[in-house]
Structures are given as structure tokens and as C-alpha cells.
Design a protein around this ligand. Structure first.
Ligand code: P53
Length: 485
């Protein structure tokens, strides 16, 4: 009954990225197109919301395909990690990273998604990356699917609405488990599996004009992902008994706007809509509140015999999540129509916002850690957290990102409190440890890194890497295992 005080020995400090946001080389060495290769940069003035990433119709998709240039599609160029991974990994090693979160681009391994055999050149690329990480003793943490559905699966099957995607994904998972066993010990199945609730295209490869009832299609697609994820968990354990595999949730902690019971009830229900995913993936079954929601909203999930067993028998080993902000809910429906913080219409008056309107809430991280641990009692892993901000390069070349240091310090302090309160937290990988293309807006100027990358929103720049002030700060955090903040 020994109680943990402060960060445990072996805590997995590091940084997080995704293939589609940093690799570039989108059509090189046999890689197929993936969903994010089709998303264009929209300047701030023309953007409706803070996430603008869905392709909504087949017609739109065909028009984008016909454009065929790189300029408007920042995710196609990324930050050229494909060619610069050695230099970048050396910088991560200099910061003392214990772990590096990255994703394998599904379309590099199976260019169409439904191919029968993998693309060897794709496999070779990640071998080189894992070998480079291993030189420095950095453990890779690998996401199998981070918004990187092969585009062919969208055009031919309308994404995850089609049950056949389960087999394609399982083939992909088995291929990479077999190939990289011994090199990768930590795996995640689907990044932010709940994102389909906001973005059917990015989360599930669904073109909404191709379906009659969007919510029905989304939850059916999610069922297929749950089954695919559980089968990947099973395979992972069979092929690599020493490996650990987790789920990944974009955690949306929801506060009631007031203590009015109507507000509290709506906040609870919003929270359930978010925790539904981990209820399935950690507890292994659909929760009754969701079955009731399906009934009320005329959603019918088609399950095959054996689906419920596979979910129950193969829950994940740990729960990972991204944490950027909290939400506010109200029982008054009019309030939700206002434009406010991310998905909800209401701004929390007690919190400051980032330049993108994401409300900064370090204590909310502690609340969420405690809530998740109470509910699930499995190890937790924060695999994304960070501040998207404009950075300024001074005349002497320095980048003084004290705001970023303050953000991470405040969150890490709350993580420490949560550990002291008894939460089993195994790691922290800060998002975009090197500047990369924004998922939501395809901007380069929304920067998260400890390492600056010289490139603008239009792809101009030398791609030179520079250490920001936060680089040395984070290095000391890791060296002191979270003691010197
Ligand atoms: P960007 C929305 C809300 C919370 C997390 O996002 C989100 C999104 C999508 O924008 O995505 C995660 O780049 C995602 C990363 C992404 C990161 O948050 O829009 O897993 O791929 O880059 C930050 O600022």
C-alpha cells in the first residue's frame, strides 16, 4: 500500500506528433493518398469555426483531386520529417525524451487500404525511424490510425460505414505488429476516436452527402472501429506479449454553467457522450445510457454475432487522452447557439483563452485525471497537451515562448497533484513537440513546439530547426523528473 508522491520512476516524458502533420512526402515511395492529404488551408478570415477539416461531398472530393497541386494542401508537405527525421530525433534526444509519440501512415503501408500485400518501402521508412529512436533509448509510442484513412477507402466504401474496413484495418495492424515486434512496446489504436462526433470525414472517412442519417452512419462506423480496435488489442497481445496497447480519447471535461439542476444534468449527459468511448474500450461494453440515446435518436447499430464478446474480452491496457481545454454546458438550448469555446457555445469567465479560443484550464486536467481514474482504474497516459500560439523570432534568432512554458508548467503541476491524490499516470507527451501543421486549420503559424520550424502557412521558409526558450526548460523538467518546473 505504498503511496506515490511526485512522478514515479520511469515516467514516460516526451512529445507527440502524427504522420500526416509532419512527414510530408505524401506521394513518395509508394504512399497512397489519405484523407488529410485532401484538406486545404483556409485563411483565418474565411474560416467559420476553429476546426475546418471536413470534406463533405463526393463532388467536393473529386474537385480537390482534380486540383492536384501541393501548394494549397499543407499536410502534403508537413515539415519534411520524412527526410529530416535524424536531425529531429537528435533534438528530441537532447531534450531527454523517454518516449516519442508518432503514427504510422496507414496509406504508406497499404496505399489503397484494401491491398492484400504491404508496400515494402513504407515498412522500411518506419524501420529507419524506430532504429534511430532506439539509438537514443527513446521508446516509440505508435498510433495506428491518426486521421490517416487511405483515401481509396473513402471513395470506394464511404469509409468506416462499411464493415469490410474492419478486415482491412486488422490486416494492417497484424502486418505492422509482425514487422515491428521487438521495436515498439507502446501502441494506440485510433487517435481521438470520438472526433467523428464533430468530423465524420476525419474520424471515419464518411462523406456526409452519401448517407441519409449522418448520426446513424457515424455510430455505425464507430462500432466498426470499436471492433477493429478490440481485434487489434487481441492481436497485439498474441504477437507481442510484452507490449501495451491503449485507446485514445479527445477528453472533453464538461462543467455546468451554474448549479441549476438543468445545467448539471446537461453537463452530465455531455460528459457521458464523451466517456461513452472509453466505457466501450476500457470496460468492454456499450453503456446503457448510450443505448437509450440511440433509441431516442432513431439510431440502430448493426452488430454481428461475436462483436460483443470481442469487445468484452479485449479491453485496452491503458487509457490515453488528449487534453487542451474544458467545456461549459447549459440547460438553456439558446445559449448553445452562440459561438464560444470549441464545441460548446459558452465561454467560461474564469479561464483565459488561447489565440484560437481554446480555454486554458490546468486544474481541469487534475479534475479529469481524477475522474477517469475513479471510473476506470487503469493506467492513464496524457498523449497530447499543449498551447497553439503565434511565436516571434527575435532579431538575434531567439524565440522567447514564456507563455508556452507557463502553460506546460501549470499543467504538469496539476498532474503531480493528481498523482499525489492517487492517480496512476504513466506518461506525458506534449503535442507538437516540434512545430507542425495544425490538424484543425492546416496552419503552420499555430505552433506548439519546443523546436521552431522555419516555414509559413504557404510553405515558404528554409525548414531550419531552432530551439525555443521552452526547449531547455522542458529538458530540465525531464532531467529532474518533474521536480524543477
Ligand atoms: P490543432 C480538436 C479538439 C481537440 C483536439 O489541434 C484536436 C482537435 C482537432 O483540431 O485534435 C488533436 O492542430 C489531434 C492532433 C492535433 C491537436 O489536437 O487543430 O489529435 O492531431 O494537431 C491540436 O491545433
Amino acid at each position: 500500500n505504498k503511496k506515490q508522491t511526485g512522478f514515479p520512476e520511469g515516467f514516460l516524458w516526451g512529445g507527440a506528433t502524427a504522420a500526416n502533420q509532419l512527414e510530408g512526402a505524401y506521394n513518395v515511395d509508394g504512399k497512397g493518398l489519405s484523407i488529410f492529404d485532401m484538406v486545404t488551408f483556409v485563411p483565418k478570415e474565411q474560416r467559420g469555426n476553429d476546426i475546418e477539416m471536413d470534406v463533405k461531398s463526393l463532388k467536393e472530393l473529386e474537385e480537390l483531386l482534380a486540383q492536384g497541386d501541393e501548394e494549397n494542401f499543407p499536410k502534403r508537405r508537413g515539415i519534411d520529417f520524412y527526410n529530416r527525421y535524424k536531425e529531429d530525433i537528435a533534438l528530441f534526444a537532447e531534450m531527454g525524451f523517454k518516449t516519442f509519440r508518432m503514427s504510422i501512415s496507414w496509406a504508406r503501408i497499404f496505399p489503397n487500404g484494401d491491398d492484400l500485400t504491404p508496400n515494402e518501402e513504407g515498412l522500411v521508412f518506419y524501420d529507419k525511424v524506430f532504429d534511430e529512436l532506439s539509438k537514443y533509448g527513446i521508446e516509440p509510442l505508435v498510433t495506428l490510425s491518426h486521421y490517416e484513412i487511405p483515401l481509396h477507402l473513402v471513395r470506394k466504401y464511404n469509409g468506416w460505414t462499411d464493415r469490410r474496413l474492419v478486415e482491412f484495418f486488422v490486416r494492417y495492424a497484424e502486418t505492422v505488429f509482425d514487422h515491428y515486434k521487438g521495436k515498439v512496446k507502446y501502441w494506440l489504436t485510433f487517435n481521438e476516436i470520438n472526433i467523428s462526433q464533430f468530423s465524420p470525414y476525419i474520424g471515419s472517412g464518411i462523406l456526409v452527402d452519401q448517407v441519409e442519417h449522418v448520426e446513424q452512419a457515424v455510430y455505425q462506423a464507430l462500432h466498426h472501429q470499436f471492433v477493429a480496435s478490440a481485434r487489434a488489442v487481441k492481436l497485439c497481445h498474441e504477437i507481442m506479449p510484452e507490449a501495451k496497447i491503449g485507446c485514445m480519447l479527445a477528453r472533453m471535461e464538461v462543467y455546468p454553467e451554474t448549479c441549476h439542476p438543468d445545467d448539471v444534468l446537461v453537463a452530465l449527459e455531455e460528459d457521458q457522450k464523451n466517456l461513452f468511448f472509453t466505457d466501450v474500450q476500457v470496460r468492454g461494453a456499450y453503456p446503457s445510457y448510450m443505448l437509450s440515446y440511440f433509441e431516442k435518436n432513431n439510431i440502430k447499430i448493426e452488430m454481428l454475432p461475436g462483436d460483443e464478446e470481442i469487445l468484452l474480452q479485449h479491453p485496452v491496457d491503458f487509457l490515453s487522452f488528449s487534453y487542451y481545454m474544458t467545456q461549459v454546458a447549459s440547460g438553456n438550448p439558446d445559449k448553445l447557439k452562440q459561438k464560444g469555446n470549441f464545441s460548446s457555445g459558452i465561454i467560461n469567465p474564469y479561464l483565459k483563452s488561447s489565440d484560437w479560443g481554446w480555454q486554458i484550464d490546468p486544474k481541469g486536467l487534475r479534475i479529469t485525471l481524477k475522474k477517469l481514474y475513479d471510473r476506470y482504474q487503469v493506467p492513464l497516459f496524457i498523449v497530447e497537451n499543449g498551447l497553439g500560439a503565434y511565436d516571434k523570432v527575435e532579431e538575434d534568432g531567439s524565440i522567447n515562448d514564456d507563455y508556452r512554458i507557463d502553460y506546460h508548467r501549470a499543467h504538469i503541476e496539476q498532474m503531480k497533484e493528481a498523482i499525489n491524490d492517487g492517480v496512476d499516470l504513466i506518461g506525458y507527451t506534449s503535442w507538437g513537440c516540434i512545430d507542425l501543421i495544425s490538424a484543425g486549420t492546416s496552419e503552420m503559424s499555430k505552433r506548439y513546439g519546443f523546436i521552431y520550424v522555419d516555414q509559413d502557412d504557404y510553405g515558404n521558409g528554409s525548414l531550419e530547426r531552432k530551439k525555443k526558450k521552452s526547449f531547455d526548460w522542458y529538458k530540465e523538467v525531464i532531467r529532474s523528473n518533474g521536480t524543477n518546473l
